[in-house]
Design a protein around this ligand. Structure first.
Ligand code: ATP
Ligand code: FE
Ligand code: MG
Length: 341
């Protein structure tokens, strides 16, 4: 059984195909990062135009990679939200057109459910599963007791982890997206600047990164005024130490409190070497198995949407031709959706 998935929520046009839920047979990602770089971030209008230019080519490339005809596909999955509305619409309309033309069932997928399900392409889930979702727009701890059910037990109160990385990178004049550059610099520096850790209330699983971001900017500003030069490696290392400390400590506490069998790290920041190392150390020798996807499945792709879509398809979820892009789609509500609504 083959599920083809389309993902266009942000700045990658992606199409992938999975066989029998967990076997990836095609994974094509057309990234637009080069077009957005000189603006220091994603420009929505440019993103939509690129998706329109790339979507048909990407679809054909994926079918070619899998050596399949569109008729052999059993269902079409697509990211319906959250994301940029104009970007999402390109994927949703392409999916609807293909589903209609070929008479195939259509399945809507939540982008973050996708980031989580990327891991199922590598390893079968054993519930309860806790996911630490750390991406450009999200920082959340999500508890799953079964397939397709999502309980958000903690989330950021301000900036997302990836967003903090990108903003600090911009202050250090590093290219967009800044996360990987800070990660690399951090490995060469030392945690000597004592940036704050936002633990919030003792029992909270929530996060906050805006205070840390301001602390970094202030430290750089004050140093400049005093004519002191801070080593960018040390700024990166100190910033990363604070982010990683809070993320890994809270994820560990939640994993113990909820007695989960597996902890999943999902989203673009899951590519971070410092975070990977810290989590490996924390969960080593515990009863909780740590799953982190390979780098190419951390950032946006359609393989993850196909993995989540295949499960939604098996559970009987179907979208109609009135499926619309939903830029603010809630994960919990998506999990409780009733297709008759
Ligand atoms: P969302 O998934 O919340 O809608 P998004 O799709 O834009 O947002 P992703 O593509 O999942 O986010 O992740 C992109 C983010 O990951 C960027 O902020 C980028 O800087 C960050 N990132 C990528 N690699 C690393 C790394 N090695 N270290 C830290 N951050 C990283
Ligand atoms: Fe994403
Ligand atoms: Mg992205």
């Amino acid at each position: 059984q083959y599920v083809l998935a389309i993902e266009t929520s942000c700045d990658e046009t992606a199409v992938a195909i999975v066989k029998n839920e967990r076997e990836l047979v095609a994974n094509v990602v057309a990234s637009q990062i080069e077009s957005h770089k000189r603006f220091g971030g994603v420009v929505p209008e440019i993103a939509s135009r690129h998706h329109i230019e790339q979507i048909t080519l990407t679809l054909e490339a994926a079918l070619g990679e899998a050596e399949l005809e569109a008729d052999e596909i059993d269902a079409i999955a697509v990211t319906e939200g959250p994301g940029l509305v104009g970007a999402l619409l390109v994927g949703v309309n392409a999916a609807k057109a293909l589903a209609f033309a070929k008479g195939k069932p259509l399945v809507g997928v939540h982008h973050i459910a996708g980031h989580i399900y990327a891991n199922r392409l590598e390893k079968e889930f054993t519930f309860p599963v806790l996911s630490l979702v750390v991406s450009g727009g999200h920082t959340e701890l999500i508890l799953m007791n079964e397939h397709g059910s999502f309980e958000v037990i903690g989330e950021t109160r301000d900036d997302a982890a990836g967003e903090a990385y990108d903003k600090v990178a911009r202050t250090l004049k590093l290219p967009y997206p800044g996360g990987p550059h800070i990660d690399k610099l951090a490995a060469e520096g030392e945690d000597v600047l004592n940036f704050p850790r936002a633990w919030l209330e003792a029992d909270s699983y929530d996060f906050s990164f805006s205070g840390l971001k301001s602390a970094v900017i202030n430290k750089l500003h004050n140093a400049k005024q005093k004519g002191v030069t801070l080593k960018p490696e040390d700024v990166a290392a100190s910033f990363q130490a604070s982010v990683v400390d809070v993320l890994s400590t809270k994820a560990y506490r939640a994993a113990i409190d909820y007695g989960v069998k597996q902890i999943i790290v999902a989203g673009g920041v899951a590519a971070n070497q410092g975070l990977r190392n810290a989590l490996h150390e924390k969960f080593e020798g515990t009863d909780t198995e740590l799953l982190i996807p390979p780098l190419h499945l951390c950032t946006d792709n359609a393989a993850m949407i196909a993995a989540a879509g295949a499960v939604a398809f098996k559970q009987g979820h179907r979208a109609g031709y009135d499926l619309n892009a939903n830029p603010a789609l809630s994960l919990e509500r998506y999990g409780q959706r009733n297709d008759d609504d």
